[in-house]
Design a protein around this ligand. Structure first.
Ligand code: PLP
Length: 382
């Protein structure tokens, strides 16, 4: 008999989601910025230690808000890694911005901070570091470079809810930060996200952009007697049902993170002998980073063929996946952006990475089975 399938991801529900959705239903308040949204904002402002948090439909939407807020104009350049999800670049490209793709560090797969200054031109407007796998980029250096060159910093902390760098929550360090609550992340609402505003001067305009370009938020606070069209904007705010769902998750953020870290640490222990054998490399967490166990990835030995490894896992009914096709080598990335230098690490490591199943409720027995399958890889060495 074949072993039961182990999915790559299984969304975790805390059990209170429907209860809070029912409460929102009986409140009769379904549009955005109701009581559940306020609870989520307070939580994010406390745990994210940001000046202001605003829920959005997605991290993509939060990044789009960031591009409008920073007044990105056609031809403005934004320095970012190529090894990231499309939204990091797409949000700026939608305003006419040009992503400038810089290589990643071999150890954390984050933006290589030593290459940023070389990529700066007179058109550079911002740096958008991505905290890959919920592990922080070298933010001290990024912030220092940004200050010296008068650049803004937008942290793509989509994967970084509940992670920190030198004690500071990810997303709270740059001028702006963005979170994702997509079902594949740690804390979820199906689709969902948040914009974290750390520069208080940006807050009022962020509220306007999020409310279709109107000052409706000020109107609701009684600060103006009618609301009007003030600026660019769109409808970036989620309804209360989404916020109600999200509240049930945020309440259990500590528990969810602790459970994921247990799974992460168990993989790390089991896979040490395979690393010593030279079959793969395990993730590296810098000393000043606390991470949220968003992801457990392995970097295969160059002597292994990734597709064969994925097939081998699949034959054992284990669904592992790879990502990302580097943006500088994708059709839109070539059309809209430019690569700075050779991006050697990006090209080499993106071909070798596999993400293992990691979700709340994954058992040690299932993890044992996954690692057993990986132990057979030496027969695939070429
Ligand atoms: C998931 C993710 C996004 C997009 O998040 P959505 O909420 O799905 O829009 C953006 N950037 C990174 C690095 C991500 O991992």
């Amino acid at each position: 008999m074949k072993n039961a399938p182990i999915p790559f991801n299984r969304p975790h529900m805390t059990g209170k989601e429907l209860y809070y959705i029912a409460e929102a239903h009986f409140n009769g308040r379904l549009a955005g910025d109701g009581p559940f949204t306020a609870k989520c904002h307070n939580w994010l402002q406390q745990n994210g230690a940001c000046h202001k948090a605003l829920l959005t439909h997605s991290c993509t939407a939060a990044l789009e808000m960031a591009a409008i807020l920073l007044d990105i104009q056609p031809g403005d350049e934004i320095i970012m890694p190529s090894y990231t999800f499309v939204s990091t670049a797409n949000a700026f490209v939608s305003r006419g911005g040009v992503p400038v793709f810089v290589d990643i560090r071999a150890d954390t797969l984050n933006l290589d901070e030593t290459l940023i200054e070389n990529a700066i031109t007179t058109r550079t407007k911002a740096i958008a570091p991505v905290h890959y796998a919920g592990v922080s980029a070298e933010m001290n250096t990024v912030m220092d470079i940004a200050r010296r060159h008068g650049l803004k910093v937008v942290e793509d902390a989509a994967q970084g809810v509940m992670s920190s760098y030198q004690g500071a929550a990810l997303g709270s360090i740059g001028d702006l930060g963005t979170y994702s609550f997509h079902e594949t992340k740690n804390i979820i609402s199906g689709e969902g996200g948040a914009l974290l505003i750390n520069d208080p001067k940006l807050t009022l305009r962020a509220e306007i952009i999020r409310e279709k370009g109107t000052d409706r938020s000020r109107f609701f606070r009684g600060e103006v007697d009618k609301y009007t069209w003030q600026d660019l904007g769109s409808s970036f705010l989620p309804g209360e049902l989404i916020a109600a769902f999200l509240w049930a998750q945020l309440e259990e953020a500590d528990k969810i993170t602790a459970q994921r870290l247990k799974n992460w640490n168990y993989y790390h222990l089991l896979l040490e002998p395979l690393e010593n054998q030279g079959l793969l490399r395990r993730p590296m967490i810098p000393a000043d980073c606390l991470h949220n166990a968003h992801m457990y990835y392995i970097l295969l030995s160059p002597k292994l063929n990734r597709q064969q490894v994925l097939n081998e896992l699949n034959q054992n009914n284990i669904n592992a996946v790879s990502h990302y096709v580097p943006l500088h080598s994708s059709p839109a990335g070539q059309r809209y952006g430019r690569a700075e230098g050779e991006l050697k690490n990006t090209n080499a490591l993106s071909e070798r990475l596999i993400r293992l199943p990691l979700w709340f409720g994954l058992t040690e027995a299932e993890q044992n089975r996954i690692v057993e399958a990986l132990k057979n890889l030496d027969k695939l060495l070429r």
